[in-house]
Ligand binder design. Structure first.
Ligand code: SAM
Length: 251
């Protein structure tokens, strides 16, 4: 390890530690349906990745081990979905995009159970799940420069002012995600909370690690499936805000 590598890993450990201080989630005690429980029991070992130990840096994933079919096709895009909830949008997208591999990240066990049952129903060989804090998964699990896209659809809005520090998109988040993107890769965030959308714009602009080809909010991307929380927001009359950032292409 060179001095620069040591500095770099020290910096990212500090970043992960500071982002983990105010967790962006609560583990809810929602009961799981018998079907979700059954799916978890039968399918977890096959489709859920072993948890990353936050205490041991360097314990990252190898995509060819995670998705064995990549040995024959290592250039398949890898896409992350942070906080997939019940996983409806992820299953729909993965079913349409069988040319890409998806890692869904979620801490909510019923959602993991639901997505596992969808993986089975739709025969999705291109989906794996990390049931763990996305800060640890992104900071330690995902190899730098290996990802074509990161989706953050309707992250928990933490609407009370005293809880804003728990919002996932806050200072430090761009520095967590940007290094994961391959050249030309994107970060796509969507929310129905106006003040969170404005916070996202501000945080991204301040950090300037990714470029915003749209200047401000982006138009909706026609390929994005509607999500469960989007339906709830629309039913309350909320406007949907889309933000799309790009990693500079090296060419
Ligand atoms: C409001 S829901 C949105 C779910 C889905 N994307 C949708 O649009 O319907 C946000 C989800 O993010 C998950 N979440 C929040 N912070 C997380 C973190 N740090 N790591 C993993 N999951 C997280 C929560 O458990 C919750 O299920």
């Amino acid at each position: 390890m060179s001095i620069n590598d040591t500095e770099e890993s020290g910096r990212s450990e500090e970043l992960i530690r500071s982002l983990r201080e105010n967790r962006s989630y609560v583990i809810r005690t929602t009961r799981m349906s018998p079907h979700q429980k059954n799916s978890l029991k039968r399918l977890r070992d096959r489709f859920c990745l072993p948890p990353i130990d936050p205490g041991s840096p360097g314990s990252g994933y190898n995509w060819e081990t995670v998705f064995p079919h990549r040995a024959a096709d290592p250039l398949r895009p890898v896409i992350l979905d942070i906080g997939f909830g019940m996983g409806g949008e992820l299953a729909e997208l993965a079913s349409e995009r069988r040319d890409a591999d998806f890692l869904g990240i979620e801490v909510h066990a019923p959602g993991v159970g639901k997505l596992l049952s969808e993986i089975e129903r739709l025969e999705l060989e291109n989906v794996r799940i990390a049931q763990q804090d996305a800060v640890v998964v992104c900071g330690q699990g995902v190899p730098p420069g290996s990802v074509a896209g990161v989706h953050l659809f309707f992250p928990d809005p933490w609407p009370k002012k005293r809880h804003h520090k728990r919002r996932l998109v806050r200072p430090g988040f761009p520095e967590l995600v940007a290094p994961l993107l391959a050249p030309g890769g994107y970060l796509y965030m969507v929310t129905d909370w106006q003040d969170y959308a404005e916070q996202m714009l501000g945080v991204m602009e301040e950090s300037a690690v990714l470029s915003n080809p749209h200047g401000g909010f982006a138009p909706p991307q026609p390929w994005r499936p509607q999500t469960a929380f989007e339906r709830k927001g629309l039913a309350k009359g909320h406007r949907i805000y889309e933000l799309l950032y790009r990693c500079q292409d090296s060419s």
